[in-house]
Design a binder for this molecule. Sequence first.
Ligand SMILES: Nc1ncnc2c1ncn2[C@@H]1O[C@H](COP(=O)(O)OP(=O)(O)OP(=O)(O)O)[C@@H](O)[C@H]1O
Ligand SMILES: O=P(O)(O)OC[C@@]1(O)O[C@H](CO)[C@@H](O)[C@@H]1O
Length: 328
Amino acid sequence: MILTVTPNPSVDRTLEIDAYVRGAVLRIHTAMAHAGGKGVNVSRALRNHGAQTVAVLPVGGAEGAQLTALLGEHGIAAVTVPVAAVTRCNITTAEADGTTTQLNVAGAALSEAEVAALLRAAESQLRHRPAWLVAGGSLPQGAPADFYVRLSALARRYGVPIAVDTSGAPLVETVRAGAADLLKPNHHELAELLGRELTTLGEVVDATREVLSWGNGAALVTLGDCGALLVEPERVWWAGGPPVVPRSTVGAGDSALAGYLFDDAAPEDRLRRAVAWGSAAVSLPGTTIPGPGDVSDDGVVVVAEPDPSLPVSDLPAKLGSGAARSSA
Ligand SMILES: Nc1ncnc2c1ncn2[C@@H]1O[C@H](COP(=O)(O)OP(=O)(O)OP(=O)(O)O)[C@@H](O)[C@H]1O
Ligand SMILES: O=P(O)(O)OC[C@@]1(O)O[C@H](CO)[C@@H](O)[C@@H]1O
């Protein structure tokens, strides 16, 4: 079983439009709602592929009730912690050319008692010794920036490895405390964390290893349409898939993380699956999370110890060839 904790979940609303025009009246082709939040999406991806998972999350108000109902529709086993604040709705516009714009709400405040209740709910599931704890997303107001560090301490008490996918202050707190066995930043979050531009593959790998040297285990660094890196202290792999016509990129990173964690395969096979699941998510509308029928790892190329001098933006073109495939 894989346990996920999403302190700031959302009802994700997606509006499909031709093109975004500021100040205009825009006609929506399709509007849809999905259960969202990073940990929730990881649970959805795992569940779609038949893996056991439990999602822990706070819910409040009418949107909280809708989120609970959506989780039920997705078949997710959820431990919901009732809170006074109304669960947020995040809005995405998905344009016909594949541009995805996310409007993410801060999320209403949790009280100290509600934060403590969320940690207790997580601990009650950790007693079942899940294979992984996945902690994902931003933190709601009222949750301390070191929330994931506290969660990590709990996970370690039960011998459960923890994967963390967050950004901003909670990411700083987590990595500085060496609290993660696996990190899932994208390269922009990594650049923001270290306060420097990361242009080449070598710069991304060095930056990641700097973060690992603070006591974190390994990192799955996703690179959007340029694939993903799996970085360990001594080894590194890159993987990229064939070009995809994007429909909505929301949930691609979560699907990639779920693909990585799905089972205990060799690192390069986990990375291949991460990229296959992430790429599949991009071609699906809204926060639709792929299942086995959507995913294929045909054409996903994995390269061990890729050339550090390559610009990240050149990776699919330079490494995604048949010639590179043999070096995996
Ligand atoms: N435009 C794209 N075309 C093809 N594959 C993509 C594209 N965007 C993302 N992917 C795939 O999905 C994976 C995760 O994407 P990305 O780096 O955007 O994650 P993220 O920023 O964490 O996303 P999110 O927070 O929305 O879940 C990538 O490693 C890649 O395999
Ligand atoms: O605001 P956060 O917590 O950083 O991100 C929340 C979110 O954008 O992440 C998921 C996609 O990864 C969406 O389902 C959700 O709306």
